[in-house]
Design a binder for this molecule. Structure first.
Ligand code: ZN
Length: 298
């Protein structure tokens, strides 16, 4: 997600999972700097290990993308505890990754109510799916946590830095998000396949739950109502994200890293305005048929 959309979602979710109020006693909310990375990393007190894990994941992704995309964005990573959140961002919901500038990426250090709101109703899941959810997202105390999924979204957000800092025409709102999910899936599949289950299971569960109650289900409806979907229909918007995660998996399974490299080159080429029929044709011929099918087989 980018700032504009996540801000509106955050406004909606604020009642569900408000960020902690500032402590009564004076606090500086001064962050520590983590050395040893080619980009700036700040973290809340005591969160050095979490910050290092996230920064290393970003660095490994950048190194992988050096060859694939030939570009490295400037990034400043902030890994925050709830008490420091409101001192460093206007974003009201703790846990939602977002940018506060073109390069400053804010991430939550610890599990939170927003992430927990994505835990499926285990009693409603088929037994074999519930068993999968426990295997992939289970915690040592017998609970379930979506943190293994949300920890990977720093890579999706890093993808936004690539297209925000290069003069790239993303052509459609949905295509910017689809690019970031292809970016994320390509890295995990090729470099850290042990984390593929954490990346793919939650989207599969959300998609399998169906679209009942959703006002928007087509790409055109999303494009025409992008701000409204984000502002008033966060579950509906989350379903779209899950569709793009699933599409990214299908695209990588079929095309490998070719899809990401050619989509990047296509967007960089400033292909100009075009209607959906022409866009689908050009994605098929200039990128990959699997990418065109996001539109044609939606
Ligand atoms: Zn995004």
């Amino acid at each position: 997600m980018r700032a504009s959309i996540t801000l509106t979602i955050a406004a909606f979710l604020a009642t569900l999972a408000p960020a902690k109020a500032l402590a009564q006693e004076p606090a500086t909310h001064e962050l520590r700097m983590l050395e040893g990375f080619p980009f700036t990393v700040y973290h809340s007190s005591g969160q050095e290990e979490r910050a290092r894990d996230m920064a290393q994941l970003c660095l490994r992704t950048m190194e992988h993308m050096d060859d694939l995309l030939g570009f490295r964005p400037e990034v400043e990573l902030k890994v925050l505890l709830p008490d420091d959140w409101s001192a460093h961002t206007n974003f009201p919901v703790y846990g939602m990754p977002h940018y506060t500038s073109q390069r400053t990426l804010v991430m939550a250090a610890v599990n939170n109510a927003m992430w927990d709101s994505f835990i499926p109703d285990m009693g409603q899941l088929p037994a074999e799916v519930a068993s999968e959810v426990r295997r992939v997202y289970g915690t040592p105390d017998g609970g379930v946590s979506m943190q293994p999924f949300f920890d990977l979204l720093v890579i999706h957000e890093l993808g936004h830095a690539y297209h925000m800092q290069k003069p790239v025409a993303t052509l459609r709102q949905w295509m910017g998000e689809q690019f970031c999910n292809i970016f994320l899936h390509t890295f995990i599949a090729e470099q850290e396949p042990a984390r593929l289950d954490a990346l793919t299971l939650m989207p599969r569960v959300v998609i399998a739950a169906g679209t009942e109650g959703f006002a928007f289900t087509t790409l055109q409806q999303l494009e025409d109502n992008y701000n409204e979907v984000g502002a008033r229909h966060p579950r509906n918007y989350g379903w779209y994200q899950c569709r793009w995660h699933k599409a990214a998996a299908d695209i990588h399974d079929e095309a490998g890293d070719v899809a990401l490299r050619r989509l990047w080159a296509f967007l960089l080429s400033d292909p100009g305005k075009m209607d959906d029929d022409e866009l689908a044709r050009r994605l098929e011929s200039e990128v990959h048929p699997a990418v065109a099918r996001v539109m044609t087989d939606w």
